[in-house]
Design a protein around this ligand. Sequence first.
Ligand code: F6P
Length: 544
Amino acid sequence: MALQSTNPTTTKAWSDLQSHFSELKDVHLKELFKNNSKRAEELTVIWDDFYVDFSKNRITKKTISLLTDLAKELHLKDAISKYFDGDIINKTEGRAVLHTALRAPESAEVFVGGENVIPGVFAVKEKIKDFTNSITSGIHRGFTGKQITDVVNIGIGGSDLGPAMVVDSLKFYKNHLSTYFVSNVDGDHYQEIVKNLNPETTLFVIVSKTFTTQETLSNANSIRDWFLQTLPKEAIANHFVAVSTNIESVKAFGIDEANIFPMKDWVGGRFSLWSAVGLSISLALGYDNFENLLSGAHKMDEHFRTSDFKENIPVIGALLTVWYNNFFEAESEAIIPYTQYLNQFATYLQQGIMESNGKRVDRDGKPVNYQTGTLIWGEPGTNSQHAFFQLIHQGTKLIPTDFIGYVKSLHGNKDHHNKLMSNYFAQTEALMNGKTEDEVLEELGNASEEQKQMLLPFKIFEGNKPTTSILIQKLTPESLGKLIAMYEHKIFVQGIIWNIFSYDQFGVELGKKLAKTILEDLNSSVIHNPHDTSTQSLIEFFKK
Ligand code: F6P
């Protein structure tokens, strides 16, 4: 059954939230803490190895109540069942959205078109496991009998960002294989990678759900040409494997059917790292770690599916985005991991969140009259503190920020970890409290009165900047699986509230189509296709 369609701004909860917003919008977080000694406790959710403190947000318990009323009025519970049960919730592409089935236990039953998909999921997992073990143990060898030492993932978007982010985030757990990711159609990308590789000891994993993506096919073709400069065609079977739904096109590329890892159309590209798209994760970290990643995600799925909305981490997180986006008119959200390992996390989430919820028409096909998807950005702390935190502290924009950190470090150097985490805690405190006039004056101590008055406005921080503190015991494959799944479910909930379809991406199609036309013009002696005068001049200048 289809998702229901209601303009959120027409609900009773929305107008209640509007009145509540007028009461709360000018209240300082410091005031809220002063008035309620139990605030931190009341607005923190402790689940498994996650401690999520929402109390430094510009909310009260009433806000959570009204936001969850909104979710109920918009039938979130019913939507969650449809999501997990394999209903065609990606209506515009006529598909189910079942990344959750990829991490479900073997005993689960999830039906698509009358067929339980779980046995198929486990068959592919078995194939990933066997292949991973044969590569890491050295049973599967290159064409000349040498062991595989390097793995190159060739893909883009969801066929690159997820595996690349996970492999980088979990490199502490890596095995002996070196892993590389080629995505950009810019020839420098693949050339810089292959120039140091030996084709005899390298495995190439071509990942493309559609197997039609220009960047991936160009890189795969150029890399195959490079490979064939050293080894014969028969060697392709030992060195090239593919992940795709498009088996025929993969075979046409020259890859043996036995070397194809299939995926299903009910796995969206940006949610696909749990599928065979995660093959390079399994190769880089070993199959058991891949399995632990999946099992962490499944635990978060269960938390999301079964917890009361008021105790539900992804639901509260999503509703807070709505609160800031639609009431405070905040335009962006920052995601700041206090671990260098999660260096690529915000980049990965940019696709997940912005490709999903960057939509301007509702589920009835009508333009929305409210804001939808937020801008996502971020870099690890503490580096980001020395880069863009100034704007979050003293700029004119409200930027709700997620702080992600770990109780235990992987490196074991207490001095470094305490310094890192003291910055995490200090930043959330500073963003909330700011610095008052009295504090500035005290800090200026013996300066002249004239100097004090001159400096005062620049040194005041108004504070009242919202943050959510996500504190996890330790960075492991399992806890990373939970964290990624948490954001995936946030995306889903936001889409339900905003009454949009989160699982298509027609917005990226137009540019791809035009690039094909322009490529024809670049490759021919004359420009055949009509262009606006600006584009025409640019092409002419480029061709000259
Ligand atoms: O950028 C659009 C997109 O379709 C993404 O959603 C997808 O992850 C990416 O291109 C790659 O697609 P494919 O896996 O089919 O090559």
